[in-house]
Design a protein around this ligand. Structure first.
Ligand code: 3PG
Ligand code: MG
Length: 404
């Protein structure tokens, strides 16, 4: 069955020639802070992923305005999260597309304030959602416009749903999911669903430390979401084959991590530690033993669904193992495609396994910057054709008529 069931795509829009189209994008990209604090885009994958949609609309004669969030500025302007660096990159890639200021500078975005929705859509004739990685948020720019404007999923968004739907419906076995990233709270629902579908679930990245803590390991100063320890325990006890990192690449107490930058960092010594982490040490990547075990599981798989980074890869000290695991994936699977936004769940029709309610836990600034680090996903399927995808997400379209 077509996983897109009922979700309108670009061709379903009324003619956009001479019309103004608002495109919700997910340009929540990692930034690199350079000399004199000048920010530039450290990884533009999320921008390039949206280009086909932006160009399609331009080619059809539309005036295109993109809007995105960046970071979690908390409902007020914050110079650290201004869109300037993103806009600069977008304009070099797709001249003529406007980019509004960070949507989350207005408290109305997160609160899904109807007045903010009206301000957002004023002067627009159509709306396109190309923000797959943010589509699980019931924020104004995501759930508001489709109630008022002809709306459609962007090319990338639609492709994500199609491919993910296909993989989940009939995976070649063994089906292995590799899930990483920082936000265990965000990913738990996805993990629960995947646990019912996969033969092996590999958990890495920042979220693995909550699983390791649930198993009784000391995780030092690594990311730990205490409010979800019980959920992790329940998953571990659910009978699914879960593979966790046996060793970790950790940063010494007081060390810093991030993209290489001029002058101030990142600093501190790094060592591979097996089992318990000593106090103050922060796990930021899987170690070589884990990489080997993960690569072996991936190598035997018929289908691999990879979502989220296994290490804080924007810092080259914590990127090597993930690169090794990816190389294995590439060598074992003839067809693979890099994908972008993450975290989706519920876009799909009601019987889609990604549907579910989610509680979004409050996060610290550190977690936030760690999340900024992880912007690459991979999926692969042996012998398939193009299989790029990002995970499900949640949105509403006028014609779908659902609400969040
Ligand atoms: C992401 O980077 O995961 C998406 O852009 C969503 O961001 P959020 O978790 O801050 O809502
Ligand atoms: Mg996300």
């Amino acid at each position: 069955m077509n996983p897109l069931r009922g979700i309108p795509v670009l061709e379903d829009l009324p003619s956009v020639e001479g019309k103004r189209v608002l495109v919700r994008v997910d340009f929540n990209v990692p930034l690199h802070i350079g000399v004199r604090g000048r920010a530039t885009v450290a990884d533009d994958f999320r921008i390039t992923a949206a280009l086909p949609t932006l160009r399609w609309l331009q080619d059809e004669g539309a005036e295109v305005v993109a809007a995105s969030h960046l970071g979690r500025p908390g409902g007020a302007p914050d110079p650290r999260w201004e869109m300037d660096p993103v806009r600069e990159r977008l304009q070099s890639l797709c001249p003529g597309v406007e980019l509004t200021e960070n949507l989350r500078f207005d408290p109305g975005e997160k609160a899904n304030d109807p007045a903010f929705v009206q301000r957002l859509i004023a002067g627009f004739d159509a709306y396109v959602d190309e923000a797959f990685g943010a589509a699980h948020r019931s924020h104004a720019s995501i759930v508001g416009p489709p109630a008022f404007l002809p709306s459609a999923a962007g090319l990338r968004f639609a492709r994500e749903i199609e491919v993910l739907g296909g993989i989940l419906e009939c995976p070649a076995r063994p089906f292995v999911a590799v899930v990483g990233g920082a936000k265990v709270a965000d990913k738990l629902e996805v993990l629960k669903v995947l646990a019912t579908k996969v033969d092996t679930l590999i958990v890495g990245g920042g979220m693995a430390y909550t699983f390791l803590a649930a198993k009784g390991f000391d995780v030092g100063s690594s990311l730990l979401d205490e409010s979800h320890l019980d959920d992790c325990r329940a998953l571990l006890d659910s009978g699914v084959d879960i593979l966790l990192p046996a060793d970790t690449r950790a940063l010494e107490p007081g060390g810093t991590f991030g993209p290489p930058s001029v002058g101030h960092g990142p600093r501190g010594s790094v060592k591979v530690i097996e089992g318990d982490l000593p106090d103050g040490w922060t796990g930021l990547d899987i170690g070589p033993e884990s990489a080997e075990a993960f690569a072996e599981a991936v190598g035997q798989a018929g289908t691999v669904l990879w979502n989220g980074p296994l290490g804080a890869f924007e810092d080259p000290r914590f990127a090597a193992e993930m690169d090794a695991a990816r190389a294995e994936l590439r060598s074992q699977h003839r067809s693979h495609q890099r994908t972008g936004p993450r975290n989706g769940r519920e876009v799909m029709p009601k019987d889609n396994p990604f549907i579910g309610e989610k509680k979004v836990a409050a996060r610290s600034e550190t977690e936030n910057s760690k999340e900024q680090a992880g912007k690459r996903d991979w999926t692969a399927r042996r012998g398939g054709t193009a299989n790029g995808l990002e995970r499900g997400a949640h949105t509403k379209f006028v014609t779908a008529g659902s609400s969040h």
